[in-house]
Design a protein around this ligand. Structure first.
Ligand SMILES: Nc1nc2c(ncn2[C@@H]2O[C@H](COP(=O)(O)OP(=O)(O)OP(=O)(O)O)[C@@H](O)[C@H]2O)c(=O)[nH]1
Length: 130
């Protein structure tokens, strides 16, 4: 478990893995001596994972198939949520840009609006256009 914990935390810290959903499958839950999901959560220090890494710990029994579908559904949900967040961010950028451009051309630049550096630069250039 110590090795699994080290690897898990190492993987989720890599920059390109930021925000990538993690599904932990706690298999063999039908066996009397198997670790419970809460024990696994504690031993893997799941609570210490970066807040940007969504995770789900799914108890399963591969013999009966219990929990397998639910685990995959949870993984699917996390992936969709991540895609929606990315799409929302993109939409916000486009909206902010649109507001800036509109204000530039109406001559109403509000300095207290939060704009991104690139857009700020674009605004300063656009403002002096004839
Ligand atoms: N009781 C029970 N046995 C399982 C379960 N999943 C797998 N096994 C059995 O565990 C044995 C090893 O399973 P595998 O997953 O193929 O092998 P492995 O991952 O190399 O080995 P393990 O570290 O033992 O999981 C096989 O006999 C499986 O039938 C389960 O959920 N419950």
């Amino acid at each position: 478990m110590e090795e699994a914990k080290t690897e898990l935390h190492k993987i989720t810290r890599i920059s390109e893995n930021q925000g990538v959903p993690v599904l932990i499958v706690a298999n063999k839950q039908d066996l009397r001596n198997s670790l419970s999901p809460s024990e696994i959560e504690k031993l893997l220090a799941m609570g210490e994972l970066s807040s940007s890494a969504p995770w789900h710990l799914q108890p399963t029994c591969a013999i009966t198939g219990d929990g397998l579908k639910k685990g995959l559904e949870k993984l699917h949900d996390m992936i969709i949520k991540r895609l929606n967040v990315a799409a929302e961010k993109e939409k916000m950028n486009i909206n902010t840009y649109y507001i800036c451009v509109e204000e530039v051309f109406s001559g109403l630049i509000s300095t207290n609006r939060r704009v991104q550096d690139g857009q700020q630069y674009l605004m300063s250039k656009c403002f002096y256009l004839p």
